[in-house]
Unconditional design. Sequence first.
Length: 369
Amino acid sequence: MNDHSNITILKEIAELLNEETEMIPMLKGALHKFLTGTKFDTGWIFFINEKGKPELVVHEHLPEALAFNGCEYLRKGGCWCVSKYRKDELKRASNIIECQRIEAAIEAEVGDPQGITHHATVPLQSGQEKFGILNVATKNTVRFSEEDLELLESVAFQLGSAIKRILLVNEQQEIALVQERNRLARDLHDSVNQLLFSVTLTSRAGVEMTDDSHIKETFKEIQNLTQEALNEMRALIWQLRPRGLESGLIEAIKSYAEMLGLKLNVSVSGVLQFPSRVEEALFRITQEALNNVRRHAGVKEVDIFMTVTPTDVLLVIKDEGRGFVIDSNVALLSIGLQSIRDRAKAIGGTADWVSELGKGTELLIRLPY
């Protein structure tokens, strides 16, 4: 491939990267354009977290052997490229002498490898911040030329810069979202919350000011309804702005349970050190679960078990309340349960539950971190 063609493909990829605002479509589009404009046949991208755990995020034109069962052989096992990345020894585009993932897929005879036996690899980074690796391969090719590797490095540089840009935008959006939540919480507290409190006081005074039993009962009903609305409003404010989370996840959960009038029994195994998104997901899921207990379970006591492994956190929330039965023929879940499942799924986790009428409910959450 000549220099003119290289410049053309790099220009086209740069234009695509500048236009895209979503991470996965951006990576997929850039990889597709790169493979279409070069002699490389297939490629895939791993994001690698702080603990060195790789996650396959994008792939294009994989042979049958590598695409088998949801890319099973790319997702499991070890590889020289990931190992070197973890050790901070992968500095530039390199030829891979042997790839355990490709070898395992070929040996398993799960599909045609279509001549893919080796690959080149390059780190994705912006400055000193690393994100993962880009791997590309060509049929019946064991080694790639210096020119091929230089082109790969140029594309990786573009991708690294684009990844950093999107991460910064997402971070700014998250900050803006938190600020908006805080503003809404303040507004609700300063206006609606105060109005409800005033109605509560007024209805309480009304009970004392009349001797008519029917009017007394009416004022008492207004007082009870207003107090319930006030509790709901305080719970909503808590969800918008979780006070106490800065003091730790467990303390925040205990404070929320106390606000709802629930007795909490907490058991923790392992060290609670999570990324902020995982911590917030755990808190929001627990909030919703505790709300469900207060509204539907008919009990005031909840057991929470949290177990931390090197790769996952397991959260179990259990009550001995009324329980429920979900009709298997009905696709829709309650809003609370659907919210819990959506929050877990959003960060690659799972949410399941076991419940029986009269025997309570057990919610099981597993989140990777």
